[in-house]
Write a protein that binds this ligand. Structure first.
Ligand code: FES
Length: 155
C-alpha cells in the first residue's frame, strides 16, 4: 500500500492523464486500491480541493481569481473578456471541449491582481493590458491541442 502523503500528487497526475482535467471513476477506483481508501473518502478529498474535478472539463483550464483583491481590481471584467474570446458565457466549457473557464479563490499573487491561471501557469496583472498575455497563452495552448490531436484519453 502506498503512503497516503502521496495521494494528492497521484490525483494531480491522474487528472492530467485524463485529458479532460478531471478524476474519472476508474482513477478513483485505482487510487482506492493503491492508498487503501474508500470511494467516499476519495470523493471527499476530490471535492474538498477546488483544483480537482469529478466532472470532465476542457483540455485547458483557465481559472480567474475571484477573491476580494482581484475582484476589486477587475476580475469580473477579465472573466467577461475571456468568456467573450472563448465563446463561454460566465463559467463553463466551450462547445469543442478545449477550454474551461472558471473562477477560483486566491491564487496567492494578490499584489499583482487581477490574476488568472492557465493550465496552472499564473498570469499576474491580467487587467485590460495583461489580458493580451493570457490570450496569447490560450492561443499557444490551443495550437498545442491541435498539434497533438487533442491529447488525453478522449473521455
Ligand atoms: S485575491 Fe486574487 S490572487 Fe489573491
Amino acid at each position: 500500500m502506498e503512503r497516503r502523503d502521496k495521494l494528492l500528487s497521484w490525483l494531480h497526475e491522474a487528472q492530467e492523464r485524463s485529458g479532460r482535467n478531471y478524476l474519472d471513476p476508474k482513477d478513483l477506483a485505482a487510487a482506492g486500491k493503491r492508498f487503501g481508501l474508500t470511494g467516499a473518502e476519495l470523493r471527499g478529498v476530490a471535492s474538498y480541493y477546488s483544483m480537482y474535478s469529478l466532472k470532465p472539463r476542457g483540455r485547458h483550464l483557465i481559472r480567474v481569481c475571484d477573491s476580494p483583491v482581484c475582484r476589486m481590481l477587475g476580475s469580473a471584467g477579465v472573466l467577461e473578456a475571456l468568456g467573450g474570446a472563448l465563446g463561454i458565457d460566465g463559467e463553463g466549457t466551450d462547445a469543442e471541449g478545449r477550454f474551461t473557464l472558471e473562477t477560483c479563490q486566491c491564487l496567492g499573487h494578490c499584489a499583482s491582481a487581477p490574476v488568472v491561471a492557465v493550465d496552472g501557469t499564473v498570469h499576474a496583472d491580467s487587467g485590460p493590458d495583461g489580458i493580451r498575455s493570457v490570450l496569447a497563452s490560450l492561443r499557444e495552448a490551443d495550437e498545442s491541442s491541435s498539434t497533438l490531436g487533442g491529447g488525453g484519453r478522449g473521455d
